[in-house]
Design a protein around this ligand. Structure first.
Ligand SMILES: O=C(O)CCC(=O)C(=O)O
Ligand SMILES: [Fe+2]
Length: 245
């Protein structure tokens, strides 16, 4: 598992602590006719809600209610675990930098003249259609970077995507969602909290012996220390099945 975290960190350029502290792998199975209409994996930033992955660190509201939460998934890395005999592509109806427009997705509604979310009937009308090939992976950004602070910014409208209908065979994928809180300080507090309960593995290439230093109080401490994986490190997947959704 630690090797896997390093590979994803190297692929995405995201710190291994962030990769390690993100959601468990989410495995999805599709049988014949199974599909998943176009959607975004993350949700727009807003001041009324907090990130779900770190919501336990936010105080309750004055009436004692937990804060409203939303998904904060900066990137998706999608692994194709099997390949169906036909169909089951991943489609991005409006992906394509060259057609970027300030009007966003509304522009595509006007020019495409069909329901861009409907991947059963319009899979191949999408701007980008990726064939599922066993053992390969694709990745994309669900958010743009904020111009001012270069931290996670607005949702990327062009990340709209979904799974086209499986025509023959069966399809299995795993989603690896990389969580980042748009509130920088809260993301740091979240990482420190996760790492306090067991740090990400050190890169094997450094040949450093792991220790059991669980006494870290900040992300900087956490980076400096070398700790063992927590007890639940191998518990890395949850599962959904998409049959004719
Ligand atoms: O099945 C696919 O190719 C896409 C799946 C997906 O977008 C998801 O599970 O969020
Ligand atoms: Fe998705």
């Amino acid at each position: 598992m630690s090797f896997f975290i390093f590979r994803v960190a190297a692929l995405t350029g995201i710190q291994k602590e962030i990769v390690y502290s993100s959601e468990l792998l989410h495995v999805v199975q599709y049988n014949r006719s199974g599909h998943y209409h176009a959607h975004k994996d993350s949700q727009p930033l807003d001041n009324e809600s907090v990130c779900k992955h770190s919501d336990h660190l936010y105080p309750n509201s004055s009436d004692g209610q937990p804060p409203k939460s939303r998904l904060c998934r900066f990137m998706t890395v999608l692994y194709y675990l099997t390949e169906p005999e036909r169909g089951g592509q991943t489609a991005f109806p409006v992906a394509d930098n060259e057609t970027y427009t300030e009007e966003g997705i509304d522009h595509f509604y006007r020019i495409k003249h069909h329901d861009i979310y409907d991947l059963t009937n319009h899979c191949h009308d999408s701007n980008l259609v990726v064939e599922p090939r066993k053992g390969t992976a694709i990745m994309w950004y669900n958010h743009n970077l904020d111009d001012q602070n270069e931290w996670i910014g607005h949702i990327n409208q062009f990340s709209l995507h979904g799974g086209c209908e499986v025509i023959k065979g069966e399809k299995w994928i795993a989603n690896h969602w990389i969580n980042i809180d748009d509130n920088y300080d809260m993301q740091m507090a979240y990482l420190a909290d996760r790492i306090r309960n067991g740090s990400p593995p050190e890169d094997e290439s450094t040949h450093r012996r792991p220790t059991n230093d669980t006494n870290v109080s900040s992300i900087d401490d956490a980076r400096r220390s070398t700790c063992q994986l927590p007890q639940d490190w191998h518990n890395t997947a949850s599962m959904t099945s998409h049959d004719e959704l």
